[in-house]
Design a protein around this ligand. Sequence first.
Ligand code: GLY
Ligand code: MN
Length: 464
Amino acid sequence: MFKKEIYKSRRKELLNRMGSGIILLIGNDESSINFPDNWYRFRQDSTFLYYVGINKPGMMACFDVDSGEEWLVGDDIDIDTIIWMGNQPNMKEMADSTSINGVMSPSECSEFLQKRLNSRELHILPPYRRGHRNRYKKLLQMGWEDLENKVSSELISAVAEQRNHKSEEEIAEMHRAANITGQMHLSAMQYARPGMKEAEVAGFINGIAVSGGGDLSFPIILTKNGQILHNHYHGNTLSEGDLLLVDCGAETDMGYAGDMTRTFPVSSSFSSRQKDIYEIVLAAENNSIDMLKPGVPYRDVHLTAGRIIAEGLKNLGLLNGDPDDIVQEGAHALFMPHGLGHMIGLDVHDMENLGEDVVGYTNDFLRSPQFGLKSLRLGRPLEEGFALTVEPGIYFIPELIRQWKVDNKHTQLINFDALESWYDFGGIRIEEDYLITANGAELLGEPVAKSVKDVEEIRKEVLA
Ligand code: GLY
Ligand code: MN
């Protein structure tokens, strides 16, 4: 946990942002895998972690915005739990550790809410686990149809606005997460060999995340089929000539996430085709980084990356026409159907549970429905304190290319005949995490090899 004063001041700021009412924050509970007592790794709800910091299952927090009173809600553990799980701080001790004065059991909280909600409005965040709904229903003795109205856009906006701006202690944690993540990537580059299964490399770098004291920030994407954007299958054998795309991240024991991608040759060097595509993606990434500063809409950074990709693919004879027209029409999105990046923090896609648009767009800056742009999670003008990913890519997705060809989509701009020989290329993505500063941006974590020269140097050493 951070110092308890930090949680106190975060809550104070939240209560100041809200007009009045009662806020109920729900922490996560254990979640069963295949029988009740065999659980998935426990992961606390990120908003609960942010305002309360207690990393234990089955808790809630209740704040009265008008009176400023605060309660931690939960049950003290019983002797049966102590036998299996060891002794643990009681509710009062946990509340003290985060500077909360009041403690209530869930049944006391239920009674309290029945009374106070006669004259006051309840604010809750959108539930994203079935168990949240059940706990709300039990606590508030209401059906979900009534509870749905209590999901508070005011609370969502207040939380998103506050969590979008990273504080000094959060930035230190994010550097730590990025450094463990960087170590995972460097290790993958140093470990992968022709003849290995993807799973061997994935297992090795998973261990690095766990050794860092936390765990993965999302399931590892590690694949020679990089054209499948979120490919979690690790059953292929690596061969000379393959590209290996590794998109992974660690989260620290405090819950802060890293999210990086490297794509490297299984052989000791890139083929000339692989190098051509890699250099385009790298140019798009470096140019995007140069553009990062407060006031610049991330949508412009995304579109400029698209222009570099369009120009590069035009030079290779795969696109035709003016790169500006290609981007305007969205034809380049055949090769990069995803967005350039997203906010990152306590969640790898930060606060996606609150709604992507609340986090990454504003009322004056709305998401475009165009293919490609519609998958851009962050479009709004950047502000100091935002932490985000920059992750351009180029993919040859045979199913999508065939579909566009059959649909006669952008036939003037896309050279479908030339693409015939690229169907088995796969995909390349390069991703890093940045913090927006007063005048520009700062890389989170230490740099990890990404130029062709630096990546090949590592691969040559490994395979020598
Ligand atoms: N790293 C996976 C993603 O950003 O979706
Ligand atoms: Mn990402």
